[in-house]
Structures are given as C-alpha cells and as structure tokens.
Design a binder for this molecule. Structure first.
Ligand code: ATP
Ligand code: MG
Length: 352
C-alpha cells in the first residue's frame, strides 16, 4: 500500500516535469529535476525543517493526516518543493491547484469532494483565492465538510457532504494578504527566509552532483554569493555556467567560467539582476531617493506593482539597499554606493 502510494507520488512528479516541459518552459522542467524529494535532501531552513519533521512524525505516529500547513516567503525559496515533500513523506497522493485557477466556489467544492483520505491538497498562491471559495475552504479545513449546491435559482439546495481527513498546504508570497480567519485555520505556519551563502553552496554542490558536472569549490562560493539568497536562482546560474563552460570553456565549472557567465547574464556582484537594478536606479535617479509609492515606482520600471513588491523588493530590503516607510520606498545609502552615485545632501533627512 505504502509502495503503491510512493509510485503514485513519483508518477505525479514525472507528470509535473512533463506538463511543465509541455508548457514550453524548459527552465521549469530543469528546475523540477533538481527538486529535493525528501525532507533530508532539503537544504537549509533548519528551523522550518525541524518543526515540519515533528508535525509529520507525529501525524504518522497517530496514523492521521497532518495539520494544515501554510508556507510563505519570496519566490524560489522552496514552497512548492516543501508541499511535494510533505506528500512524499506521508506517502500520500498530492493534488495541485492554485488560487487563480479556482474562479468559483463550485470549482473548489468539486476538488474537495473528490479528495481521497489523507490526500495533500496544495493550493499555490492561496492569497489569490476568490472570497466565496475562501469561505468554503474555511469550513472544509475546520469541519471537513462542504455544502454541495444542487440545482439553480429558487430550486437550489445545499447538500452537506462529509470529507475524509486531508491536509491543505497553502503557499503564498504575500502572507499579509491572507485574511485572519484563513490564516488561523493552518495548524502550522512556516515562513521561508533567504538562504545563507553556505546553504546555497550546498544547494549548488547537490545540483552539480545530480547534473553530473564538475563544480569547483571557488566557483560554488562565487555563485552562492551572487544568487540573491535563492536556491532557484542558484540552480539557474549553475545551468548558465555549465552552458558557458561547455561552449566557451573546457567543460569545468571553474571560477573563471562562473565569473564569465555571470557577466554575460548581467548578474552583478551583489547578485542583483536587471529588475533589481532598474528599481534602484529609478528610485535614486528619477525620484531623488524617494520616498515614492510602490505603484509609481513600478510604472517607472515597466512592471506590475506586485512583481516589484514580491520579486525585487524583499531582497533589496534585506540587503539594506532600500527601506519601506509609511510615505513610500526610500533609497538607503548602500543603494547610492552600489550604483556608484553620490548620496544627495538633501536626502540625508530621509534616513533619520
Ligand atoms: N531547500 C532547498 N534545497 C535544495 N533545493 C531547493 C531548496 N529550495 C528550493 N530548491 C530548488 O529551488 C527550486 C525552486 O523552489 P520552489 O519551486 O519550491 O520555490 P517556490 O517557493 O515554490 O517559488 P514560487 O513562489 O515562485 O512558486 C526547486 O526546483 C529546487 O530545485
Ligand atoms: Mg512555487
């Protein structure tokens, strides 16, 4: 039985890679190939790993589905990976959906009413669920019950349906947008933070091993330092260095190859990419260091406010390059220094 489950999970992993490749996104297929499958392969995030392992062990010991789990944090830090690991560790089937994919409460009711006992329901971008679906989810998570609406208009009636125990794993890049009643229904909440350079080095060494490419220690350290604290970026840079090494070098992923590839892909010495630099440059040169509102800043760099807020900003804030104030975003002295600009005298007051 456990083996059958195991197979099912593996099949789903394989299907995931196929679907993603089919979506003409080879990067994502390559990413899926490097995903850790088990908790002990998951690098870093020690506290989250310990806590989660306790939750899963306890559930296994009781022979019950674990509590609902909410994973939050910036893109590429391992939320989807952990959701898959939870299912694999429980030997449970995994169902994947996302907030934007569920347009109506009925869509969610259909998913919920077809869940098997112990199944893990992964809801990505859970902050984007429509309100009626959200309310249905509260009830399902708390009471393992949904009301299925049969018929239309005046003749419609709600048939209560009891659900088998299951586990919701929600992922969000914006935990702050989740309404409190939804947040409260998760028994375990984990926030993933950016990885240290040491942990990213371990991610890189593991990935190089899986890809069968020789990675120098110095090259690993260089890539780790320039991966924005993000395993997804570390793996992506590794693949770009491999390209460089194979096409222009001698096949070894040396420090020279790493630096050359990072230059080709315009990754600077802090690991900032084009969007990060565009945000910093706009903030410093167009808005005199701010404060400027998120939307105005996003328009200036030609991006959605949500992208600037969830993709670029968290790392820039963590690196002490920009600050968030009630009046808007401000450039901190490190931002001017990084761009090789002088801090304008007048903006000194902004940091006080
Ligand atoms: N702790 C880790 N150890 C090793 N590799 C990791 C780890 N976390 C993430 N990765 C790698 O990074 C890739 C991206 O992770 P994942 O897809 O789980 O991020 P995410 O948080 O779901 O991002 P998004 O918010 O964009 O959906 C994975 O395919 C995996 O290869
Ligand atoms: Mg994800």
């Amino acid at each position: 039985m456990a083996e059958e489950r195991e197979e099912l999970v593996t099949e789903r992993f394989a299907a995931e890679s196929l679907v993603q490749a089919g979506a003409d996104d080879l990067e994502r297929a390559a990413e899926a190939a490097l995903r850790p499958r088990r908790l002990d392969e998951f690098v870093g995030q020690r506290v989250v790993r310990d806590q989660l392992s306790l939750v899963l062990d306890a559930a296994r010991g009781r022979g019950k589905a674990p509590d609902h789990v909410l994973l939050s944090g910036p893109p590429g830090l391992g939320k989807t990976t952990l959701a898959m690991i939870i299912a694999a560790e429980m030997g449970a089937p995994l169902r994947v959906t996302s907030g934007p994919a569920i347009q109506h409460a009925g869509d969610l009711a259909a998913v919920l009413s077809s869940l098997e006992e112990g199944e893990v329901l992964f809801i990505d971008e859970i902050h984007r669920l429509a309100r009626p679906a959200e309310e249905l989810l509260y009830m399902a998570m708390e009471d393992f019950r949904v009301d299925v609406i049969v018929g239309k208009g005046a003749g419609a009636s709600a048939i209560p349906l009891t659900l088998p125990p299951f586990t919701v794993v929600g992922a969000t890049t914006r935990a702050g947008l989740l309404p409190a009643p939804l947040r409260d229904r998760f028994g375990f909440t984990a926030h993933l933070d950016f990885y240290s350079a040491d942990d990213l080095e371990r991610v890189l060494v593991r990935s190089a091993g899986l890809l069968g490419v020789p990675l120098d220690h110095t090259a690993a350290a260089e890539l780790a330092a320039r991966s924005r604290g993000t395993p997804r970026i570390a793996n992506r840079l590794l693949r770009r260095v491999r390209d460089w090494a194979e096409v222009r070098g001698d096949g070894t992923l040396s420090l020279v190859a790493a630096r050359a590839a990072l230059e080709v892909y315009e990754v600077d010495d802090l690991g900032l990419d084009r969007l990060d630099r565009a945000v910093l440059t706009a903030l410093c040169t167009r808005f005199g260091g701010g404060p400027v509102g998120l939307t105005t800043l996003a328009v200036a760099v030609g991006e959605e406010p949500e992208t600037v807020e969830t993709v670029a900003e968290p790392f820039l804030v963590r690196e002490g390059l920009i600050g968030r104030t009630p009046r808007g975003r401000v450039a901190l002295p490190a931002a001017w220094a990084h761009l090789g600009l002088q801090v304008p005298a007048a903006s000194g007051t902004l940091f006080g």
